[in-house]
Design a protein around this ligand. Structure first.
Ligand code: EPZ
Length: 421
């Protein structure tokens, strides 16, 4: 096992290049299974979730080669298996995209129920509701989702809840279905648009991605030969923007799409942070003081739930009391107890956290309770006085490429050490 050892406090200054979006890559790579040919995907983040996914695609018969750390060539002409390997699948949440991709290609699929972060129950009932609307039969036996969809036909599907996963999974399943599928109340996240752009580049007919109504006209096949570049990771970008503000730093966050960051940019400005944006970068200069604010996380374009733990660290430094309402997940405040060990004053009641600010954090041994909470604990270590040890960093390695290198290049003092030491 490994842990991060962080000596704080520090101030982050300089430039950081943002990697490709994890939540786009883990959907685009399974989508390549629907293409009977060669797909070239650039700006793929070299993170654990992607490495596991590429391993799964290989086990299904795909020929995976890497031109460099971030460019993947996926040849799916020999893909011959619709049963995803249980041991690999259960280690990542986004494995559910294999369902939509495999039934689009084979008309059947067997994939174990998703694993991933543990913050509240993570159902896939909306995915299943949509597959059944398209004519599939879905059974769950011994933790494995088994789908028979020999004749997928277009359907009108209204999602009961705005779900990124269900939106993308149903888009995948509908690409070659007979007729038109309409997904209403669909998620509008940038990674939904990115997957639609990849599929359309391969010959699909998807309109409306990025709005709450997506129309997919089924086509006979998807041709290979296309190249797609994964969009920048808005959550990694937001993590560094918040860290710059929290450490009283001045950081230029590069290779991003500023429009994707609008809800965070607006909130940082409200908190007294200076934010300068240009075509493909945002510069964050911390303010003298952090003003207390109220935040509610919502589906895009609302404030991202995946930045909720990180911004809590910043709110801990604000003058006065702030609140965060978690509008997406049932319970995403497990990390609060870890932050309290460092001196944070947070009271959690269900989906609302009340943060009593103007606290100086002190270093302590803490653990990552999920991917984004892990990033927040690292950020707390940067801000805290003294030594912080963060364990369970396997979560962080799932979603942040070269996290330690990028932070140390900005002036942090973090080392990855084996816990046997
Ligand atoms: C994606 O998860 C992201 N993961 C999550 O990011 C992110 O928090 C989430 O979207 C919201 O933006 C990936 O893209 C791999 P949802 P997903 O379906 O698709 C309920 C990270 O840190 N729901 O949009 O699983 C669900 O319980 C991860 O990168 C149902 O009720 O999320 C939740 O309350 C963490 N039934 C809400 O909808 C369903 O069938 C949103 O879930 C599906 C979802």
């Amino acid at each position: 096992m490994e842990k991060f050892v962080i000596n704080g406090p520090c101030s982050l200054n300089g430039e950081v290049n943002i990697s490709g979006a994890k939540n786009a890559a883990v959907a685009v790579l399974p989508a390549a299974l629907i293409v009977n040919g060669i797909s070239r995907v650039e700006n793929v983040p070299d993170i654990k979730d992607v490495r596991v996914l590429l391993d799964i695609l290989s086990k299904l018969g795909a020929k995976i080669t890497k031109e460099d750390d971030n460019t993947v060539i996926c040849d799916t002409r020999e893909v011959n298996c619709w049963k995803a390997p249980y041991e690999l699948v259960k280690s990542m949440r986004a494995s559910y995209y294999l369902l939509g991709a495999l039934i689009a290609r084979f008309g059947k699929a067997e994939v174990s129920l998703p694993g991933g972060c543990d913050f509240g129950f993570r159902p896939i009932d909306q995915h299943i509701k949509g597959f059944e609307a398209m004519g599939a039969t879905v059974e769950i036996e011994h933790g494995i989702v088994k789908i028979d969809a020999s004749e997928l036909k277009g359907a009108q599907i209204y999602l009961d809840v705005v779900s990124v996963g269900a939106t993308i999974n149903l888009m995948l399943a509908a690409v070659k279905a007979k007729g038109q599928t309409i997904i209403e109340n669909s998620a509008k996240e940038p990674h939904v648009v990115d997957v639609a752009n990849f599929l359309n580049a391969m010959g699909a007919n998807i309109r409306g991605a990025g709005t709450d109504v997506i129309k997919i006209k089924g086509v006979d096949h998807l041709k290979g030969g296309g190249t797609h570049s994964i969009i920048p990771d808005m959550i990694e970008a937001g993590t560094f923007m918040i860290a710059a503000a929290a450490t009283k730093g001045d950081v230029v966050v590069k290779n991003i799409i500023p429009k994707h960051m609008e809800s965070l940019t607006a909130k940082l400005i409200e908190m007294g942070v200076t934010v300068i944006e240009d075509e493909d970068f945002i510069r964050v200069i911390s303010g003298k003081k952090v003003k207390n604010v109220n935040i509610m996380t919502l589906p895009y374009p609302g404030f991202p739930t995946d930045l909720q733990p990180q911004v809590t660290v910043l709110l801990n430094m604000a003058e006065g009391v702030s609140t965060i309402t978690e509008g997406v997940w049932d319970s995403r405040f497990q990390y609060a107890d870890e932050l309290k060990r460092m001196g944070a004053k947070i009271k959690v009641e269900g989906r609302i956290a009340v943060i009593d600010g103007a606290n100086v954090l002190s270093g302590a041994p803490v653990k990552a309770t999920d991917l984004r909470a892990g990033a927040a604990m690292v950020m707390a270590g940067l801000v805290a006085k003294g030594r912080t040890e963060v364990t369970n960093i396997k979560y962080i390695d799932r979603g942040y490429e070269n996290f330690v290198q990028k932070l140390n290049a900005l002036g942090a003092d973090i080392t990855r050490v084996s816990t046997d030491d």
